[in-house]
Design a binder for this molecule. Structure first.
Ligand code: PLP
Length: 440
């Protein structure tokens, strides 16, 4: 079969978050994937430097996951999500809860990071109402945050391009300032020294709106899509303290940082901060099948479990919540992570990763380098063509040179699969150095 797409067949697919006309003029097409590599339709190997979209944490086409999906598809393809259950959904909820710290023990399944965020925001508002604090309806996000593309997530998100076209968004949302850009923090290794006091923005918002109106704060422990913005030392702990003092729920959006990215199962464990709700997706199934989850503290879950036992406690859910094939994929993914020690292995290679990335200091136009766990970003100065042009040029040239990354503005972001070895890290750093030094 001729797998080369016909030029006139590219029109129908309206691609997400893509410059469609530019792409279709010169398409980039993957045909297969295995381990650390994609292969293009013209047979070139491209090393995965960003776990595809921060999701293929165990690398590609892992046999256990593939086989679990095949078996489940033949055994029970679908089962209703409401008022009927199946064993794998319960098993997966238990497995996931066991990976979380402290009282995070109750799991609600969704199909994506965006849906996890909507679910968590709804849980937060409903939780307060159930406890007789129905005035707590405000949601606080953070500038440069990314929480998906649905209305709640877009509203608490802080990326201008994702928000500006879509009207007034959800009412009653406010934002903390982001923590990026203090020159004293440029080229920090791991958590930057300066900026913990930016968490006090929450105090300011409490003064402005009154705590009795605020339901929850949502942050990514490390901002991923915003360009790998690592929280300043002590920032997240301070946020937790302010939330506690004011009865505000803290939501960690761990869609990227979950499942071993920082060398602990979740970033919550890395930073020693326990949130009230955790959202996850991506690495839950190694990116193979759409699935997400919200993990809630027992106090939140239990607040819903009141009234007559035949009453539905939470009027929320999706046709594909706990889909059996997704559950089978997730269980096989967790098996793979556990068998290969992937949820913690990054801790030992992170110093090597840090050194490799920071060896790029001094390369052409590099103005900042950030890293934590197996995440990192190399930020370039904006080029003469305006912001993001140089970053995108780097993306294209890296792709041609056999390395997949993601760019946001002029930051080139990396998050290699957790199976990456030193040789892969060396290739990544060498390739980035060569490419960046050849971009005007
Ligand atoms: C922190 C965070 N939250 C939510 C999302 C949205 O996830 P999805 O694209 O699966 O809806 C993403 C996606 O990158 C993310 O990074």
């Amino acid at each position: 079969m001729d797998r080369e797409p016909q030029r006139n067949s590219l029109d129908a697919y309206w691609m997400p978050f893509t410059a469609n006309r530019q792409f279709k003029g010169n398409p980039r097409l993957f045909a297969s994937a295995e381990g650390m590599y994609f292969r293009t339709t013209d047979g070139r190997a491209v090393m995965d430097g960003v776990s595809a979209m921060w999701c293929s944490n165990a690398g590609h086409c892992r046999p256990r996951i593939t086989e679990a999906i095949r078996t489940q598809a033949g055994e029970m393809d679908y089962s209703p999500a409401f008022q009927i259950g199946h064993a794998k959904a319960f098993e997966l909820a238990n497995r996931l809860a066991a990976m979380m710290p402290g009282g995070l023990k109750h799991v609600f399944f969704t199909n994506s990071g965006s849906e996890s965020v909507e679910t968590a925001l709804k849980m937060a508002i409903a939780y307060h109402r159930l406890r007789g604090e129905g005035s707590r309806v405000r949601l606080i996000g953070r500038e440069k945050g990314y929480h998906g593309v649905n209305f709640g997530g877009m509203s608490v998100g802080g990326m201008v391009a994702n928000r500006k076209m879509f009207g007034t968004l959800v009412a009653g949302v406010d934002h903390l300032r982001h923590t990026h850009g203090d020159p004293r923090n440029f080229f920090s290794k791991g958590e930057p020294e300066y900026g913990a006091e930016l968490a006090d923005d929450l105090e300011r918002l409490v003064q402005l709106h009154d705590a009795s109106t605020i339901a929850a704060v949502i942050v990514e422990p490390v901002q991923g899509s915003g360009g790998v913005i690592v929280p300043p030392k002590g920032y997240l702990k301070r946020l937790r303290e302010i939330c506690d003092r004011n009865g505000i729920l803290l939501i960690f959006d761990e869609v990227i940082t979950g499942f071993g990215r920082l060398g602990t199962p979740f970033a919550s464990q890395y930073f020693g901060v326990e949130p009230d709700l955790v959202t996850c997706a991506k690495g839950l199934t190694n990116g193979v099948i759409p699935m997400g989850a919200v993990v809630a503290q027992t106090k939140i879950h239990d607040a819903f479990m009141q009234g007559p036992p035949n009453a539905i406690e939470f009027f929320h859910g999706y046709t594909y919540s706990g889909n059996p094939i997704a559950c089978a994929a997730a269980l096989a993914t967790l098996d793979t992570y556990e068998e290969e020690g992937l949820l913690t292995c990054v801790a030992s290679l992170a110093p090597y990763w840090e050194a490799a990335l920071h060896s790029l200091k001094g390369a052409r136009n590099v103005v900042d380098i950030r890293n934590i766990g197996f995440m990192g970003a190399v930020e370039l100065a904006a080029g003469p063509g305006g912001p993001a042009q140089r970053g995108f040029a780097a993306f294209l040239k890296l792709y041609e040179a056999g390395l997949l990354c993601r760019t946001t503005g002029d930051s080139i972001a990396f998050a290699p699969p957790l199976i990456a070895e030193k040789s892969h890290i060396d290739f990544l750093a060498d390739t980035v150095g060569k490419v960046v030094n050849n971009i005007d």
